[in-house]
Design a protein around this ligand. Structure first.
Ligand SMILES: NC(=O)c1ccc[n+]([C@@H]2O[C@H](COP(=O)([O-])OP(=O)(O)OC[C@H]3O[C@@H](n4cnc5c(N)ncnc54)[C@H](O)[C@@H]3O)[C@@H](O)[C@H]2O)c1
Length: 692
């Protein structure tokens, strides 16, 4: 059973026992109702304590039940709360660790609540694009006040239990043994009648209407495209404008409305996508891990420095190796500057800065890094240079050390073959800036050991990254797809757009940054360098030469103060460039293309469906394990709008037959080869299925 019943003299104790977080799954809900009924049936029992075993009281709904009929099966959480609240004997919630979502709603339905300090109290539903649907929006404001409750419900952020001591949420804070304290408390109130109910509390706020109007305006500006935060305000407002039961019904209707919104579906997709990404079918979760107590990074450039910071932030000592002292000094100075900037913003204390810098050291000698448990190579993107480095690593690294490469495009199997220990070699593709971006593409080579893969997945979690496994191919999941996206962006210029129009259209769709602003930030020379290789390797693939022309002018982007846009010193804003725009127009003429007006809809479809089609190929080839992994790559590494759930999820939402129809239309344009539909896309569309 996931909820157990025991009697301690005249007090019944119902213990939630559904690891890891006592999720309120069907069996647990049933157990609570059974427990209350048993206690009511026994005349010797005077009161009931509801407590959680293990880590906390309850983390809320059992996410394993999401998307299954069990979620709705009676007793629902609302029924459980009605049973608890309606009990003729007092029910005391005893809270430690956490009371979140449905867990907190259940506690609010109890007659009394006691808690230990340090418990996280939250209604985080808004993070999944919904709102608490079991009375949370109606009871929490009555317990702690309108304003604090609204803040908690709109943000979903946990508040520590001790901060809420003194409110009507907690009748007593318990210092020592929680269960003993809760039983003693239950005994002390056993004969008190009437039983207190949160629903009967009055909200005392003279200018509630004015405050709610202010809150609505504030929330509207920060909610962006998400509807849930404003609905949270509406629901909370009902605590002052409606009777309790009417408020409950109103909350329920808003909940049901929000569950159906594409934004909520996208957020839930991302939530489950993150969890799914950590599962690799042929690598069991009990695969033994290698210990990572120290790390080394080869190359202290843009990426090497950021990667080293990740280790230091997680408390792992790291040594950076460079070829020359100046490069090393420069790398270390950049790291210090980054930390100092965080400190200026109040995100880091001097003490934390000192501690992190103390974990980072530099060296010019390979012998100094031989004992590291993991080494990440981040030298120039050149197979010859990687060969030199990996041969050296093979000589100096201790047996069992993990040898990782941060390559963005090169063949990890070839890199592994430079060593005599290919099972220890893996790709760890960080994204720039590596200390900030959430994504870590973990590239599994043909010979990568399962324990190495499992260890790096666990490490990703430790350094707070979203690890997504990719097979070996040119560009892996993310960059292979982005190549098609950029290719379309260039074609759009050739056919009639200017950079600003393309960027604005896709930014309006929700991307953090359009392709041209993004290229200017990353450096246009990187793509140029890769394309030159492509012209040799894939002579039959047509690329627009517009990007090459830009680079031939030395316009590499922000670093040269000129790229697709102009930049001013000390100003990161992109200013449309006459020179570039003239170049774009002239380029069309040189290629005999008559420029035409292109709609924003066409821009967005061409950019996004280029991603989708390549994503479908990647999925079919098994480079990505599942469609949601591709979505996670785009949500966490490429600024794809979260409220659209990633490219594959977006395609599902649009409907795959509709995606195909548009692709066929674009295939009648200048570059039909770019619109050759992936067989998987064709098949799923024909079968009426979706990617996810
Ligand atoms: N810049 C990005 O946005 C980005 C993103 C993801 C991955 N990557 C990949 O990361 C790697 C590094 O890229 P970067 O942008 O940091 O380059 P970078 O030029 O900024 O830094 C490379 C550093 O490596 C050092 N180096 C070169 N050869 C070396 C050797 N043999 N031994 C020791 N140090 C050596 C150089 O001195 C330089 O400091 C590349 O493989 C690149 O494809 C880059």
């Amino acid at each position: 059973m996931t909820a157990t019943y025991q009697e301690h003299g005249d007090i019944a104790v119902i213990t939630l026992d559904n690891p890891p977080v006592n999720g309120l799954g069907h069996e647990t809900r049933t157990g609570i109702v059974d427990g209350v009924n048993r206690a009511l049936d026994n005349p010797a029992v005077k009161g009931i304590v509801l407590v959680g075993s293990g880590k906390g009281f309850s983390g809320g709904a059992d996410i394993r039940e999401f998307n299954s009929p069990k979620v709705l099966q009676e007793p629902s959480l609302n029924t459980v709360i009605r049973v608890v609240e309606g009990s003729e004997k007092p029910v005391v919630a005893a809270i430690h660790g956490m009371a979140m979502g449905g867990g907190l709603e259940l506690a609010l339905g109890c007659h009394y609540r006691v808690a230990t300090a340090g418990a996280q109290i939250a209604l985080p539903e808004v993070k999944l694009g919904i709102l608490p649907g079991a009375g949370g929006t109606q009871r929490l404001p009555r317990a702690i006040g309108l304003e604090p409750a609204l803040n908690m419900i709109v943000s979903g952020t946990p508040v520590m239990s001790e901060k809420l001591a003194g409110t009507k949420l907690f009748d007593q804070m318990i210092d020592g043994d929680l269960l003993a304290g809760a039983i003693a408390f239950a005994r002390s109130v056993a004969d008190r009648r009437p039983l207190p109910k949160v629903r009967n509390l009055k909200i005392d706020m003279p200018n509630a209407e004015g405050y709610l109007q202010f809150a609505r305006n504030t929330v509207r500006t920060v909610a962006g495209p998400f509807p849930a935060p404003l609905k949270c305000v509406d629901a909370v407002a009902a605590t002052v404008t409606k009777k309790f039961e009417d408020g409950l019904a109103f909350e329920r209707s808003l909940f049901l409305e929000l569950v159906q919104t594409p934004e909520s579906k996208a957020l839930r997709h991302a939530f489950f996508g993150e969890r799914a990404a950590s599962k690799i079918p042929d690598v069991p979760s009990d695969t033994p891990l290698r210990e990572i107590k120290s790390a080394a990074v080869i190359g202290a450039g843009t990426m090497g420095g950021g990667i080293a910071m990740n280790f230091a932030n997680a408390g792992i000592p790291v040594k950076m190796l460079e070829m020359k002292q100046e490069a090393l000094d420069k790398g270390l100075a950049t790291i210090r500057k980054n930390y100092e900037n965080s400190m200026k913003k109040g995100k880091l204390t001097q003490e934390q800065l000192d501690k992190r810098m103390a974990l980072i050291s530099g060296t010019l000698a390979y012998e100094d890094i031989g004992s590291a448990d993991l080494v990440v190579e981040a030298v120039f993107e050149d197979l010859g240079v990687k060969e030199t480095v990996f041969k050296k690593l093979d000589e100096v690294m201790k047996p069992g050390a993990i040898l990782a490469s941060n390559t963005s495009t090169l063949d990890v199997d070839k890199i592994a073959a430079f060593t005599k220990r290919p099972q220890d070699v893996i790709g760890t593709h960080f994204f720039s800036p590596a200390n900030v971006m959430k994504l870590l593409e973990i590239v599994r080579g043909a010979k990568t050991g399962k324990d190495v893969l499992a260890t790096v997945m666990a490490l990703a979690k430790k350094i707070k990254k979203t690890g997504v496994v990719s097979g070996v191919c040119d560009g892996f999941i993310g960059n292979r797809m982005v190549e098609q996206y950029i290719r379309q962006a260039f074609f759009l210029l050739e056919e009639g757009c200017l950079p600003e129009q393309v960027d604005k259209a896709i930014e309006k769709f929700g991307f953090a940054m359009g392709p041209f602003r993004m290229s200017d930030l990353a450096g246009n020379d990187i793509g140029w360098y890769i394309r030159k290789r492509r012209y040799v390797e894939k002579p039959d693939v047509v690329y627009s030469k517009i990007g090459d022309k830009l680079c031939e002018k030395g316009r590499f982007g922000q670093k040269t103060s000129a790229g697709w846009y102009d930049y001013k010193p000390g100003d990161r804003n992109a200013y449309p460039s006459d020179e570039v725009n003239q170049m774009v127009i002239a380029h069309s003429a040189e290629n005999g293309v008559e420029r035409r007006k292109i709609s924003d809809e066409e821009i967005v479809e061409r950019l996004v469906y280029a991603l989708v089609n390549e994503g479908a190929l990647i999925l079919e080839e098994g480079i990505a394990l599942r469609a949601s992994d591709i979505d996670m790559v785009y949500l966490t590494g490429y600024g794809f709008p979260l409220f659209r759930g990633g490219p594959m999820f977006h395609a599902d939402t649009v409907g795959l037959p509709n995606v195909l129809r548009s692709m066929r239309k674009y295939a009648n344009g200048h570059h039909p080869d770019a619109w050759k539909a992936a067989p998987l896309l064709e098949r799923l569309a024909a079968e009426g299925k979706s990617f996810n």
